[in-house]
Design a protein around this ligand. Structure first.
Ligand SMILES: Nc1ncnc2c1ncn2[C@@H]1O[C@H](COP(=O)(O)OP(=O)(O)OP(=O)(O)O)[C@@H](O)[C@H]1O
Ligand SMILES: [Mg+2]
Length: 501
């Protein structure tokens, strides 16, 4: 029997000022299926999802939800919600000062007389989490939670009203392997209940692991759609980027210079203890560890954004007091943080301003005035090198697609020409073609004698790019592997804390 079409989009066009984000796109989601929506950064995946949930009203085209023709001008998020459509957005939409519980139930508090029935809400919240098999403290303010935990809160919020259609926009971009497997388990459960899932991800292996169908978009145009079982990864890559991708990882640089960054016995309570590491000029050093192993905290501590109780950081052999990120930047460090919207970019600034933010001093006229012409030229050049997709340098970064925002963060530090790059998940949310470009860039940085620290949840990436890997386990350096000893088996073994030390 043919399953029911839960969502049907016909000839959808969505025009923003200056950009046609979707151009005549067709899309059908069937009940009980997981439908992978793939395409490069800026292809229109998030825009299509937002048209389906009524966040955007499509400029032209038709939308049917469970066969019912939707009148677009009066369609809204509220209506789509009533019709059983839920979404986990690509970017966090939580309120940092509220607890997880408040975030899940906001606007839908259950009351006992005039008062909110917190006990009941807590019980429901916990029930939801146990269904998702996740353990997050719902009483903690969301701003104190880890990225992956925030993501779970978002998922729990979406699941609250038992949706018929669930859209997951790069949900797994911030999750580690364990978390991803858990999401697949949940997806399977939902499919059995006849729920349709739209699954957006740049990690193509995931599409093959959990999706039944796929749709490829490119530059807002529909490219192809079909059953996942009928294609392989190469074919999918080709549909996405229009060419084949070989040798994803460029050959590693093997010429090292002096030690640029040294960390000695760094300790931060509850995050990590006694971490020592060394990065030479020309070297890419990977840091691997499971969720909660202390990787992000370590990066933050190195650039003065996380309190430490003992230990020191040396730049070119000299101890430096990195009391704040400002000191770190002066010492020659550049940071690509894992949360680009909060830490990496100023969302109210334009692409140009964000790009030159860390190197304004370079563009002075007579040492006093800002030379805006030079700034714009430099911003243009560097973003061109990174293949950024935008229509104007004066466009707000908030209007860029997720992956393109990430490129602007990278551009900012490349323009400053730092000596030491701390990259915390630099390819998060970046499409496969652009990932390749970023790998090449990391390689170029190393060849130019820069020191690079790379944190990534993707083992393959760490193995493909690093000359040396430090493996953190519960805040301690479990092992250090170099050269050809960097293999998947060794790292996984250490990640799980199996190795005896
Ligand atoms: N609110 C907006 N105003 C103007 N342009 C927008 C807006 N939202 C998206 N765009 C543009 O529409 C295009 C599609 O963006 P969209 O966010 O849908 O891409 P995406 O496929 O989700 O990419 P990514 O993988 O990077 O998240 C991009 O060129 C983007 O700059
Ligand atoms: Mg997107």
């Amino acid at each position: 029997m043919e399953s029911e079409a839960l969502v049907e989009v016909r000839n959808c066009t969505m025009v923003f000022p200056g950009v046609t984000a979707l151009d005549n796109v067709d899309f059908t989601l069937l009940a009980g299926q997981c439908h992978g929506l793939v395409g490069e950064n800026g292809a229109g995946k998030s825009t299509l999802s937002k048209c389906i949930i009524g966040d955007y009203r499509m400029t032209a085209g038709k939308l049917f939800i469970q066969g019912k023709h939707i009148h677009i001008p009066s369609y809204s998020v509220r209506k789509s919600h009533e019709m059983g459509i839920a979404i986990v957005h690509q970017e966090f939409q939580l309120m940092g000062d509220l607890s997880g519980l408040e975030n899940i139930f906001i606007g839908r508090y259950e009351k006992k007389g005039p008062l909110i029935d917190w006990k009941q809400l807590q019980a429901r919240g916990e029930e939801l989490l146990s269904y998702l098999q996740c353990d997050v403290d719902l009483k903690v303010k969301v701003k104190h939670l880890r990225t992956a935990e925030k993501q779970i809160i978002q998922l729990a919020k979406a699941m609250l009203d038992n949706p018929k259609v669930l859209i997951l926009d790069e949900l797994t971009a911030v999750l580690q392997e364990e978390g991803i497997q858990n999401i697949f388990r949940i997806i399977n459960l939902l499919k059995e209940r006849g729920i349709g899932i739209i699954y957006i991800s740049h990690r193509l292996d995931e599409i093959f692991q959990c999706c039944d169908r796929y749709t490829v978009l490119c530059d807002g145009k529909f490219i192809n759609s079909g059953d996942v079982k009928d294609i392989n990864k190469q074919q999918l890559v080709k549909m996405i980027i229009g060419r084949e991708l070989k040798n994803v990882y460029p050959p590693k640089n093997q010429v090292f210079g002096e030690t640029l960054l040294e960390v000695r016995h760094l300790c931060a309570p509850k995050a990590f203890s006694d971490v020592s590491l060394e990065v030479k000029a020309g070297q890419v050093v990977g840091i691997s560890g499971l969720l909660g192993a202390g990787k992000t905290e370590l990066i933050h501590a190195i650039y003065g954004n996380h309190p430490i109780v003992s230990g020191e950081v040396l730049v070119r052999g000299k101890a430096v007091h990195l009391k704040s990120p400002r000191h770190a930047i002066r010492a020659g460090l550049g940071v690509v943080p894992d949360e680009r919207r909060i830490l990496g970019l100023n969302m109210l600034y334009s692409i140009k301003d964000n790009t030159i933010l860390a190197s304004m001093g370079k563009f002075r006229k007579w040492k006093v005035f800002q030379d805006h012409g030079k700034e714009a030229k430099a911003a243009f050049d560097i973003n061109k090198r990174l293949n950024l997709r935008y229509y104007s340098l004066w466009q707000l970064v908030s209007k860029l697609s997720g992956g393109n925002q990430q490129k602007v963060v990278l551009a900012k530090w490349m323009l400053r020409d730092c000596d030491i790059f701390l990259l915390d998940e630099p390819t998060r949310g970046i499409d496969i073609g652009a990932k390749f470009e970023i790998y090449a860039l990391i390689n170029e940085l190393a060849k130019a004698g820069k020191a690079v620290i790379l944190v990534s949840p993707e083992l393959e990436e760490i193995i493909g790019l690093s000359n040396k890997v430090y493996i953190l386990y519960e805040g301690k350096v479990m092992d250090v592997v170099e050269g050809e000893h960097i293999t998947q088996e060794v790292i996984i073994h250490d990640l799980l804390g199996v190795k005896e030390i």
